[in-house]
Design a protein around this ligand. Sequence first.
Ligand code: ADP
Ligand code: MG
Length: 232
Amino acid sequence: MTVKDIISKARNEKRTILTEIEAKQIFKEAGINCTDTRLAVTKKDAVSLSEEIGYPVVLKISSVDITHKSDAGGVKVNLKDKSEVENAFDEIMASCKAGYPDANIEGISVQGMAKSGVEIIMGMIQDPKFGSVLMFGLGGVLVEVLQDVSFRVVPLDAGDASEMVSEIKGRKLLEGYRGQDPADIPYLEDMLLKLSAFVADKPEIKEIDMNPVFAYKDGAIVVDARIILEEE
Ligand code: ADP
Ligand code: MG
């Protein structure tokens, strides 16, 4: 499905929140690397998708009504075989249905388990004064506690992308802190430029959240993604 198709499907269903699967399909079209993520409606689907994708896999609740999937017991990582996938499927469903009895659940998404890297966030928000603004920062507790993020107005040029990465306080973590691999900074800058080019002509997109992105010595991958559309 193209970006247009995904957005019109959401419009038809009167929703402004896109699922993780839809958001990743859109980013893929924008040339941004994401974990291959597919929808399982039944437990049997989840097992066959896991086998196609290859173990270990991650299962997540797929519902536009559940924003914080892990808080709802809706994420199980590093599942190594069929029985772990089957158990995870049941546990996710039970936990999410108990916590969100009114949620509309479309199924459970299956994706490959990405190897760990430096956790990054990237996103886009609409500022009433500046329009589309990109955000870059370190993920996990660092963003929650320290709010160590940088912003630039779209469209970005190469200098903006480079400044966004270099001006965060935690940049040492990207440079290879205490034996950890450094992050591929030129690759991250390129992701920001791709995101900027992508959102520049998409006024119907209100908000983008890639949290987290795992950054590696070579490349990076988006493991969780969300897109919110403007009201029609
Ligand atoms: P939410 O933010 O809605 O709670 P996430 O999709 O971000 O859910 O998943 C929670 C955490 O699980 C992530 O921060 C990440 O550490 C881990 N995770 C999610 N997807 C993957 C994946 N494909 N590979 C490895 N780890 C993952
Ligand atoms: Mg997340």
